[in-house]
Design a protein. Structure first.
Lengths: 173, 103
């Protein structure tokens, strides 16, 4: 219990609070811009959790890719699509309740699974967390993953451009 | 508390459940996409937690999480372009209006 009130414990609580609070804003708020801001808050929290899981490199990547790129892209999509002032009818409470019950059931099952399983750590073969090792692995043993990532990103980029450009010229003329 | 695998797994499960609620409850396509991002992040936390506590070589889990991030970025780009195309065609991004393929 004493470790909870140390600096590390308190900042861990802060990070967890950011993650969960941001997630609640991201799904709960009715204004879509508040959703994106909640998502950004939650992703900052996840970056902090990665710090607690020993990986500053991935925390930085999380902020760069998710907060820096995906949230901005979502903001652009919001501005290019439906206007915010359009009135929206409120949702039927029974449907919201159904969604909450479904998600709650999934959480209960996962939590029971986590509690029941006996987690056995494997024997450590190395404790090398460095970016250098990740780079070596990406270019030797996991080169296939590296190539797959680059191919996926290239195809996704081309597809996104083609998709978003389609039908634009004809509408404006 | 933060040296315990179960804490992180429970946190990831909670984040996943919140994202699942968003996917089920929200009607705006962009809000659904935001919820999917939350669920992907829950998966990343899971991988990183196993990587920290159970896996013999800690570089491997980081590579997997990087892979998830790249796939999420590709998915977001594609989904957003589809959302913009749908809005141009239907003038709405409500999931209940996108039902042209309904039998």
């Amino acid at each position: 219990m004493s470790e909870l009130f140390s600096l590390a414990g308190l900042s861990f609580l802060l990070v967890v609070g950011m993650t969960l609070g941001g997630a609640f804003i991201a799904v709960g708020a009715r204004n879509i811009f508040h959703n994106v801001l909640g998502l950004a808050l939650s992703l900052f929290g996840v970056a902090g959790i990665f710090l607690y899981l020993n990986s500053p490199f991935l925390a930085m990547m999380e902020i760069l890719i998710y907060v820096g790129a995906i949230c901005i892209a979502i903001c652009f999509a919001i501005m290019l699509s439906e206007p915010l002032y359009r009135p929206r009818p409120p949702r039927k409470p029974i449907k919201l309740l159904g969604a909450a019950v479904g998600a709650g059931l999934v959480f209960v099952v996962f939590a029971a699974l986590v509690k029941k399983t006996a987690w056995v750590p494997a024997a450590m073969r190395s404790d090398d967390w460095s970016v250098t090792t990740i780079g070596h692995y990406l270019l030797t043993r996991y080169a296939l993953i590296f190539e797959a990532i680059s191919l996926i990103l290239l195809v996704a980029m081309l597809g996104a451009i083609v998709n978003a450009k389609n039908g634009r010229g004809r509408e404006e003329s | 508390m933060y040296n315990n695998l179960q804490t992180f797994l429970l946190l990831a499960a909670l984040l996943f459940a919140i994202g699942l609620y968003g996917v089920l409850a929200r009607r705006s396509l962009i809000a659904v996409l935001i919820s999917v991002e939350l669920m992907l992040n829950a998966a990343s936390i899971n991988f990183m937690a196993f990587n920290r506590f159970l896996i013999p070589e800690p570089a491997v889990g980081q590579i997997i999480t990087l892979f998830i991030m790249a796939v999420a970025a590709a998915e977001a780009a594609i989904a957003l372009s589809i959302i913009i195309a749908v809005y141009r065609k239907l003038k709405s991004i409500n999931v209940e209006h996108v039902n042209e393929l309904r039998g």
